[in-house]
Design a protein around this ligand. Structure first.
Ligand SMILES: C[S@@+](CC[C@H](N)C(=O)[O-])C[C@H]1O[C@@H](n2cnc3c(N)ncnc32)[C@H](O)[C@@H]1O
Length: 328
């Protein structure tokens, strides 16, 4: 399993961080909780009441994608890099006994914690809809088109083959399925010397994509309807800022060319928390991918000043620009 590849599938010709490095990093982090890995994730307390403390102590996510997903009873959810299982356990409650939740992780020690605590979660919920499987993001052990929602919480940055991860997410999603990913995004491309630092990679820093790289991977893998929420500044390392983002994308099979390079991003700037326009929900500060016709309407006089429109081919979408650091 010595899968050595450079971050972002770029052929730098150098030996970077490997999956084995990441795995040994998270074996330790499963056995001994690591303060420095715990981002200031804001979970809704009501979502956590059925989850044992041991799981919460090794919660290493940077967002709360499941709570934002609008899940419905009976849906199938798959969490990539499920770790101690926190997001799977939250999803298990939302989708109810007719739904199903898979947690996928490559690290046995993480899976051991998740499986052990699943017994208590099942007792607390009164039903069992959770399954943890050992596997890789780049080769997900789930059949094609079987999942409604793929979530992932601070994990994609750790992959050494991110293109494969997006391809796999697309393969396992049902038509009109979605991904909701919380991850660390770098304000600029991470330089090679930083990429080769195993510790920084494990800490979710040096494997981070820029927003444009993330959008490119999503588009190349036929996702659209992208929504981008910039959540907070996670860390500044060697003068580079790393932010936590939540990004959603959809798989639409019915459109011929779903990765519409002609689309633009509309960011709602208030005064309300949320508005719905032509069936699309715009949350304050989140950039939402729209077609050019919609963009023209949103830039018209009636919506004057309420939306910022950006073309991802030219500039990156405007998001929530709160720059409060979690760790200073
Ligand atoms: C930062 S932790 C996040 C864990 C969990 N999502 C949470 O919020 O607590 C990253 C997890 O992803 C797993 N992981 C990293 N790269 C992986 C890969 N390529 N395939 C499968 N699991 C991976 C690690 O084993 C670890 O459990």
């Amino acid at each position: 399993m010595n899968d050595i590849a450079s971050c972002c599938d770029k052929n730098s010709g150098k030996e970077d961080v490997s999956k084995d490095d990441v795995q040994s990093f998270y074996s330790n982090a499963a056995l001994t909780p690591q303060e420095s890995l715990c981002c200031p994730t804001q979970y809704d307390l009501g979502d956590l009441s059925h989850i044992p403390k041991e799981v919460l102590e090794i919660s290493y996510g940077c967002g709360s994608p499941v709570g934002k997903a609008g899940l419905q009873e009976g849906q199938t959810v798959l969490d990539l890099g499920s770790g101690g299982g926190i997001d799977c356990f939250i999803a298990a409650k939302y989708v109810g006994k007719t739904g199903h939740v898979y947690g996928i992780d490559m690290t046995e020690e993480m899976l051991n914690v998740a499986r052990k605590n699943a017994d208590q979660v099942v007792k607390n919920l009164g039903y069992n809809n959770i399954e943890f499987k050992r596997g890789f993001l780049e080769n997900i052990p789930i059949e094609d088109m079987s999942v409604d929602l793929v979530t992932s919480n601070c994990v994609i940055n750790l992959s050494t083959k991110k293109g494969d991860v997006f391809k796999e997410i697309h393969r396992i999603l049902k038509n009109e399925g979605r991904f909701l990913i919380a991850d660390i995004i770098s304000e600029v491309e991470v330089p090679d010397e930083m990429r080769n630092n195993k510790e920084l990679w494990g800490e979710c820093i040096s494997g981070a994509l820029t927003l444009q790289e993330f959008i490119n991977f999503a588009r190349e893998n036929k996702f659209n309807g992208l929504r981008i929420q910039k959540d907070y500044l996670w860390k500044e390392v060697s003068g580079i800022k790393f932010y936590s983002y939540t990004i959603e994308g959809s798989k639409f099979s019915s459109r011929e060319n779903p990765s519409d390079s002609n689309s633009v991003f509309a960011t709602y700037t208030g005064p309300f928390d949320t508005v719905i326009f032509q069936g699309t929900k715009f949350q304050l500060g989140a950039a939402v991918e729209v077609d050019r016709n919609t963009a023209t309407i949103l830039s018209s006089h009636s919506y004057n000043g309420q939306f910022i429109l950006t073309d991802p081919q030219i500039e990156k979408p405007t998001g929530n620009t709160s720059e409060t650091s979690c760790c200073s």
